[in-house]
Design a protein around this ligand. Structure first.
Ligand code: FES
Length: 576
């Protein structure tokens, strides 16, 4: 690789040729503010927050798209640069609804932070927008408020380039342009898959999940309700960031203590539900392998992938695993087996799921997710909403002692723990399926080939007398590519894991939102996933089918009919 010598803020550095000034600055530990740039998917240089001064150039240049060249001398924070950024911010604010105090993104808004850092602390020259847009709350999972949109187009890019869905785009021209759906339909009327990745990249409060945590507070204070909460594997890997802890900090124990302080009647672990999912899914895989039918089997725990499939690929619905996702399985068991055991009717039990995901808000409203005749799960709140609940209850999260989940659904295997990472479901299923097929433990319980955040990972494993071909995919654009190769018979697999969010649920659309510098350079998914893999490697119980809670329920309660009735679901073709 060719290198060039440059100076950045007077300091000489040698860097690879062809690198952008923005990236070079980051390598030199200098943060240049950005509002539109997203690595590889939104390099449109429209916001001009990232301008820098380059010696010899008459105009300031946008650092996100300008490459370094030999001898370049760059000033990232000169007075000319700072003045330009201030003007940019004033222009944006002049067209921005200034209701920051009541905004869901107050204190975590990138625009607000930049205004604060640049001293835009009064309204002079920023009167706030005159044109009003109707707020779109037609989707089950989220709200679009264009009055706070700054037209950075990050949401458009992530929807199209990462998820391959493209249900939002720029409408109108110039000052009258805005982000909307085709034919100005409400988002809820489109084929939006509810992944929430657009929320994660939105720098302001223009996009946010439907806030449902107040309903949870109401249930908790209602003495006629028995309120059970469960938390997904990835939540413990992202919640700490809401309280300022570094990315990659596991907070399982503190999270459980906080949930107890909030007043839930029982705190259960969705990881236990994941172990049930694996046992059922491995059984399904083994059966299909024996019968040689409906292969490849596709995983079903990601509701955004399921919705995508129902809209765009209904012809493969038969290939989807019929297993409910882990929190739905656990909800079903809480409202049947557990309800019976504690003598409380299912109608009086409220199951709250804390998820790293916005599509789960859609999933709980699906038909055929109601084992006891009531929804398996009543409310889904995101990691961020749980953060708000904890904050509003005045709980000092960072100082909390480690708590423990309540019996009965408190125990999980390492396999259940890694569900939150891309490849985790596949790896967990392989540990169990290998034993079901061969009656022996797999030579290694760690399937390294399918770990990591690469969008498409493939591997082959010898299982008994069979060569098992598997693929692990994250990001629905990658899913479209692999489906295409399967349909064209260019590739053949027995088992495929698909997650909508890049890197899996650890990077879900409901996780604590990070600012763009971290999104672009922070390797968020890798650092969060490491927490889960570390938990797995330290566990002595690493296979779902050996979880004593799982074996107990299959012995006492889950005969074949009940398992099928309570733990499986069905799908529909939704059309485009
Ligand atoms: Fe470079 Fe927007 S123009 S970040």
């Amino acid at each position: 690789m060719l290198e060039v010598q440059i100076k950045i803020n007077g300091i000489p550095v040698i860097v690879p040729e062809g690198t952008s000034i923005l990236k070079v600055a980051r390598m030199a530990n200098i943060k240049i503010p950005t509002l539109c740039w997203l690595k590889e998917i939104n390099e449109i240089a429209s916001c001009r927050m990232c301008v820098v001064e380059v010696k010899g150039e008459e105009e300031l240049v946008t650092s996100c798209v300008t490459e370094v060249r030999e001898g370049m001398e760059i000033l990232t924070h000169s007075s000319q640069v700072v003045e330009s950024r201030k003007s940019t911010l004033r222009l944006i604010m002049a067209n921005h609804e200034q209701k920051c105090l009541t905004c869901v993104r107050n204190n975590s808004c990138e625009l607000q932070k930049l205004c604060h850092e640049h001293g835009i602390d009064d309204a002079s020259g920023c009167q706030g927008r005159e044109k009003r847009y109707e707020v779109d709350d037609s989707a089950v999972h989220m709200v679009r408020d264009n009055n706070k949109c700054i037209m950075c187009r990050r949401c458009v890019a992530v929807c199209r380039e990462v998820e391959g869905v493209g249900v939002i785009g720029v409408h109108g021209k110039g000052n009258d342009s805005y982000i909307g759906s085709p034919f100005d339909m409400g988002l809820g009327e489109t084929t939006c898959v509810s992944c929430g990745q657009c929320i994660n990249v939105c720098p302001t409060g223009a996009l946010y999940e439907k806030q449902e945590y107040n309903a949870v507070f109401s249930y908790i204070s209602d003495p006629s309700k028995y309120v059970v909460v469960q938390t997904a594997p990835a939540v413990r890997a992202g919640l700490g960031e809401y309280f300022g802890l570094p990315v990659g900090t596991g907070v399982e124990g503190k999270m459980v203590t906080a949930l107890k302080m909030l007043g839930f009647d029982k705190i259960f672990d969705t990881n236990t539900g994941a172990d049930f999912t694996i046992v059922e899914e491995a059984k399904e895989l083994v059966k299909r392998l024996e019968e040689g039918e409906k292969l490849p089997l596709f995983t079903s725990c990601c509701p955004a992938w399921i919705k995508y499939c129902e809209h765009y690929n209904p012809e493969i619905i038969d290939h989807l695993s019929t297993c409910k996702s882990p929190h739905e399985m656990l909800g079903a068991l809480i409202k049947t087996y557990y309800a019976e055991n504690i003598g409380i009717p299912a109608k009086d039990i409220v199951v709250v799921s804390v998820m790293p995901c916005t599509a789960k808000k859609f999933e709980i409203k699906r038909e055929d997710e109601n084992a006891a005749g009531f929804p398996d799960v009543d409310i889904v709140i995101t990691t961020r909403e749980l953060g708000r609940m904890i904050g509003s209850a005045g709980i000092c999260f960072g100082d909390l002692p480690e708590g423990e989940f309540d019996t009965l659904f408190n125990k999980s295997s390492g396999a259940g723990k890694i569900f939150g990472a891309s490849g985790g479901v596949m790896e967990a299923a392989l540990r169990t399926a290998y034993e079901m097929i061969t009656q022996k433990e797999a030579p290694s319980l760690e399937f390294q080939e399918i770990r990591g955040t690469k969008g498409i990972k493939t591997a082959e494993y010898r299982v008994g007398d069979q060569q098992l071909k598997v693929a692990v995919v994250s990001g629905l654009k990658n899913a479209a590519n692999i489906l295409e190769s399967i349909k064209n018979r260019e590739a053949e697999y027995h088992f495929v894991e698909i997650m909508a969010c890049p890197g899996g649920c650890v990077n879900g659309g409901g996780q604590t939102r990070q600012a763009s510098d971290m999104i672009n350079f922070g390797q968020i998914a890798e650092r969060r996933a490491k927490i889960l893999y570390d938990m797995d490697s330290k566990d002595t119980l690493r296979k779902s089918h050996e979880n004593p809670v799982v074996t107990k329920l299959y012995e006492e309660f889950l005969d074949e009919q009940k398992a099928h009735e309570y733990l499986h679901t069905s799908y529909v073709s939704r059309g485009l």
